[in-house]
Design a protein around this ligand. Structure first.
Ligand SMILES: Cc1cc2nc3c(=O)[nH]c(=O)nc-3n(C[C@H](O)[C@H](O)[C@H](O)COP(=O)(O)O)c2cc1C
Length: 356
């Protein structure tokens, strides 16, 4: 059926196609539709309150009795160096002045909670088939508790070394997230925006380095990309940008329009919105911050400084619209139809290649 069935067996799904968790962009409708079509639907839980996570997980279960994935961030409890904050405030003051926003905040909110005891409790009571992480892995006692509950654990690596760390920490599969990917880079420590390995180079090296199944992510926009990922040794794929145009996604109308006109050069990697490198639409703000790079407050505290600019300036000047380099391949179709189309296309390509 697929060249490597390991991921399908692990996740208990028909197709090794994961709809990426996307904070703010995925909905229970999207996840439910993907799971019903035989893929793995995901929900980005990020910093959502426990009650919201429980309600959204219940909404997925109301739509499907198949496997789904809940996704969480691993956040280092870093405090902002007061000198870095002062320099960043100074740097952003002209933007605040131009937009009539007063002064940038002089105090930042505490760092996010990441994956704590409360979230562990939510996961253990919801018991999704799969839980995935971004920016690292949970502590050993949490890994043990989830595995004892029969939950399959997955996390992202942006390098071979990170993939090895994830395997050693007990992850059941590793996502190899290449440079092309939309959204935050899942590196375990903050990296410079210019620093990344492309999917084509990363996937086979991670496949050679670990024995758990590898999931390719980044720049996979259609069945050709899926077949290519399999050729590189991946057991499956995780696709985010491709699902942003589905009617079930929470993508705003103006952003859907932007995706309709997307090109290969639309996006750039910047840490100037959240404090961590993420691939998002090019904007004057991101380009200006990139030209004169300076240390910025860490993720997610930087949001408190960039948020007012983003809200006041709008998408054309300071958009934090996350999408990847293959956005132009996106199709506007229902998520279930998209999964069926991806499966058909991938099989056609694999069949064609094996007949040559
Ligand atoms: C809008 C958007 C939001 C994202 N949010 C998350 C998230 O909350 N958690 C996560 O693990 N990955 C997140 N990602 C990254 C995806 O997991 C995945 O690595 C990426 O979408 C793959 O590249 P592609 O967009 O080219 O398919 C996000 C990606 C996008 C496009």
């Amino acid at each position: 059926m697929w060249p490597d069935q390991r991921l399908c067996d692990l996740f208990r799904v028909e197709h090794p196609i994961i709809q990426a968790p996307m904070m703010g962009s995925c909905t229970p409708e999207l996840a439910g539709a993907v799971s019903n079509a035989g893929g793995l639907g995901s929900l980005g839980c990020g910093e959502k309150p426990a009650t919201t996570i429980r309600a959204e997980a219940a909404a997925i279960r109301a739509r499907t009795n198949r496997s789904f994935n809940l996704n969480f961030f691993i956040i280092q409890q870093e405090k902002t160096d007061p000198r870095v904050l002062e320099a960043a405030r100074k740097r952003l003051q002209p933007w605040y002045d131009d937009l009539g926003l007063g002064d940038p905040p002089s105090e930042l909110p505490p760092p996010g909670r990441g994956f704590d005891e409360e979230r562990l409790e939510v996961v253990l009571s919801v018991r999704p088939r799969v839980v995935s992480f971004h920016f690292g892995h949970p502590e050993a006692s949490h890994v043990e508790a989830m595995k004892a509950a029969g939950i399959v654990l997955v996390s992202s690596a942006t390098s071979v070394a990170e993939a090895r760390v994830l395997e050693a920490a007990g992850m059941d599969a590793v996502i190899a997230q290449g440079w092309e990917a939309g959204g935050h880079r899942g590196s375990h420590k903050p990296t410079a925006p210019g620093d990344g390995v492309g999917t084509m180079a990363l996937v086979p090296q991670i496949v050679d380095a670990v024995s758990v199944p590898v999931i390719a992510a980044g720049g996979i926009g259609d069945g050709r990309g899926i077949a290519a990922a399999m050729a590189l040794g991946a057991s499956g794929v995780q696709m985010g940008t491709a699902f942003l145009s589905c009617p079930e996604a929470a993508t705003e109308p103006a952003r859907r329009e932007r995706l309709r006109q997307a090109t290969d050069r639309d996006t750039m990697v910047t840490d100037a919105f959240s404090g961590r490198s993420a691939r998002a639409m090019r904007s004057r703000y991101a380009e200006e911050m990139e030209r004169a790079r300076e240390a910025l407050p860490p993720f997610p505290q930087m949001y408190a400084l960039s948020g007012p600019i983003r809200n006041a300036a709008g998408d054309s000047e300071a958009s934090f619209f996350l999408y990847g380099q293959a956005a132009a391949l996106s199709k506007e179709m229902a998520a279930g139809d998209l999964v069926a189309r991806l499966v058909k296309e991938a099989r056609e390509v694999m069949g064609y290649l094996s007949r040559r």
